[in-house]
Design a protein around this ligand. Sequence first.
Ligand code: SAM
Length: 239
Amino acid sequence: MWIVFESRDGSTTVLSEEFGVTYHSKYGAIQESRHVFIKEGLHAKCIGQKELSILEVGFGTGLNALLTCLEAEKLSLKINYTAIEPNPVPDEIIKQLNFCEKLKVENGHCVLHKLHGADWEKTTILNSQFSFAKYKQGIESVALNSFFDIIYYDAFAPNAQPELWGQDLMQKMYEALLPGGILVTYCAKGIFKRTLNSVGFKVETLKGPPGKREMIRAIKKPKTCTLPIDPDTSPSNPS
Ligand SMILES: C[S@@+](CC[C@H](N)C(=O)[O-])C[C@H]1O[C@@H](n2cnc3c(N)ncnc32)[C@H](O)[C@@H]1O
């Protein structure tokens, strides 16, 4: 069961009765998504780029995808967006969300409805700057290509779904990113930072959105170029 309610910035969000958690911060759904995923994720990575591939873990209400699609237009950026969601929010709940109104996107043409209406397991071209594919599976079982620039890690919190924050999955996330790629998430737990470190990420702790002290951006270190050493001319064997 899902219950819609208004967060403190006036945008709606959803409470999952099954997990006993909300889909966004009660301090502001749009405010949180903009801060964690758009500002510290997309904006941090888009400099000098013409095209980016984004993976979202936990499509939920579609708010992150909606904001990203609107941002692609503003930034003149082409985005290939892949969203994972095993338990879609029903249409009657989506209809009660006020994102389009709050973002001043004309409701009839709102991208949000196109995102939710798109076929599963297929790529839909929403417009010349945004292609979208969603998969109705858990992130554990989905086979991923290793070409993502950004991962929006927006699963339910570790206390609700601890299995989604462990080492095996973070290893999978690391492998799905291109060198220099980033994973952003609202979660800033110490144990999660150590897990990210253990699979090779460089972890940055950033200021969180209002109501939350911190968030995480984890970077897959770019490959360093090591030249082959010629044993005859190496410093340890001077001629
Ligand atoms: C915090 S909410 C996501 C909020 C969403 N990004 C939004 O903008 O509305 C977490 C989402 O993760 C989904 N989820 C649960 N188990 C999952 C799994 N194994 N793999 C991927 N997503 C999962 C939930 O169904 C829920 O939609």
